[in-house]
Design a protein around this ligand. Structure first.
Ligand SMILES: *[C@@H]1O[C@H](CO)[C@@H](O)[C@H](O)[C@H]1NC(C)=O
Ligand SMILES: *[C@@H]1O[C@H](CO)[C@@H](O)[C@H](O)[C@H]1NC(C)=O
Ligand SMILES: *[C@@H]1O[C@H](CO)[C@@H](O)[C@H](O)[C@H]1NC(C)=O
Ligand SMILES: *[C@@H]1O[C@H](CO)[C@@H](O)[C@H](O)[C@H]1NC(C)=O
Ligand SMILES: *[C@@H]1O[C@H](CO)[C@@H](O)[C@H](O)[C@H]1NC(C)=O
Ligand SMILES: *[C@@H]1O[C@H](CO)[C@@H](O)[C@H](O)[C@H]1NC(C)=O
Length: 324
């Protein structure tokens, strides 16, 4: 009796929780534009296939842009805005290696031509991120749409909502938890580092002066340290190093093999081996037939729900860098 009462109580609670979660996501759904702009997803894909065929090096930055958008103020397109009141998030660009704003403008212009004022900038970022992944050989996944755009962008809000490459596991886990994401999401989405590059300055302490010791980070493969030192001299702020050398233009699970071999480039990559739970995911994702592709898609969808504006909140910006 007591057991079944407890059970039904739990059941009611979880049904309430489901209702609450459902209300929050009521207006995010796959195919949100199927009536108002039936070709929206096709238009994004066409532009992106073209861009990726000539500028594949934009793949990492464009994927990262959706991540940045979602972690700062929720997925509301704020990363794209030139705020005229605050210093916009874009000002933090040199620190965050964001590139590809003109690509987003181009995609959005094509959408506006077909369906004026219908597709949000935040959804454009989410669709672009998926199409970049697909164009580079990664998994296709259904993108939920129906986000609306915010009207504020503030560079100071990047602090505490985005972490530098020097972040350790504790910092990573707690930030991701605060965003409603778990260790599995952290590891799966770190797999996005299969695309893209990092400035030498983001990890040169690991090569030359780890924690002020005057030596290299002992958690990095010494042969890899030696190789990276040839590329990155001390105080080099301009050279870029590939996060997944050898397959930087292919979306694959090779990144995890490197991390497992103690060849993660950033402290935040190496940190995935520090914790037993995250290490287990890293190792699982290195195996043949791993669930990395499916898990990556699932985690992207989950990330795409962070702090979204839906329904009558926010607006649909016609031009992504300014309010209407
Ligand atoms: C928006 O900001 C970016 C960089 O912050 C700048 O390059 C661009 O010219 C701005 N665009 C407009 C239309 O103000
Ligand atoms: C960018 O990094 C530099 C050096 O770490 C820092 O002084 C600056 O405040 C950062 N900019 C933003 C907008 O966070
Ligand atoms: C931004 O949107 C909020 C809520 O809709 C509104 O109160 C505010 O006035 C807007 N701010 C600007 C600068 O447009
Ligand atoms: C992680 O970094 C934070 C901030 O720098 C520091 O306070 C903490 O001690 C570090 N944790 C570990 C386990 O190194
Ligand atoms: C290494 O870092 C420590 C602490 O920041 C500093 O005192 C020392 O001068 C650095 N050594 C080198 C070789 O840069
Ligand atoms: C790199 O940036 C640091 C800190 O901003 C600066 O002290 C250093 O002179 C720069 N190095 C080069 C080669 O520009």
């Amino acid at each position: 009796m007591a057991t079944s009462k407890l059970f039904s109580c739990l059941l009611v609670q979880s049904m309430l929780l489901l209702l609450v979660l459902d209300a929050a996501n009521a207006e995010l759904k796959v195919g949100f534009y199927s009536k108002a702009c039936p070709n929206a997803e096709k238009i994004v894909k066409e532009v992106m296939d073209q861009v990726m065929s000539v500028a594949p090096s934009l793949s990492g930055p464009l994927l990262r842009m959706h991540f940045h958008d979602c972690f700062v103020r929720g997925c509301d397109g704020s990363v794209l805005l030139n705020d005229t009141v605050n210093l916009p998030e874009k000002i933090a660009t040199p620190n965050l290696s964001l590139r590809g704003f003109t690509t987003i403008d181009r995609v959005k212009a094509a959408l506006e031509k077909a369906c004026p004022g219908i597709v949000s900038c935040s959804d454009t970022l989410a669709l672009v991120a998926r199409d970049v992944v697909v164009a580079m050989g990664g998994p296709g996944y259904d993108v939920e749409t129906g986000r609306r755009d915010g009207n504020v962008s503030n560079a100071f809000e990047t602090r505490g909502n985005l972490l530098p490459g020097t972040a350790n596991f504790t910092e990573l886990k707690s930030l991701w938890q605060a965003k409603g994401l778990d260790v599995k999401d952290l590891v799966a989405l770190s797999g996005g580092h299969t695309l893209g590059t990092s400035h030498c300055s983001s990890f040169s302490d690991r090569l030359y002066n780890f924690s002020g010791t005057g030596r290299a980070d002992p958690s990095m493969d010494p042969n890899y340290v030696a190789r990276l030192k040839l590329k990155c001299k001390p105080n080099d702020n301009t050279t870029l190093a590939e996060l997944d050398p050898g397959s930087v233009r292919t979306f694959d699970g090779q990144y995890f093999t490197l991390v497992a071999k103690r060849r993660g480039l950033l402290t935040s990559d190496a940190a995935l081996l520090v914790d037993s739970e995250s290490k287990a995911y890293v190792l699982q994702f290195t195996t043949k037939g791993s669930t990395f592709f499916k898990d990556f898609g699932d985690s992207m969808v989950k990330m795409g729900r962070i702090g979204v504006l839906t329904g009558n909140s926010g607006s649909i910006r016609k031009v992504c860098y300014k309010n209407n």
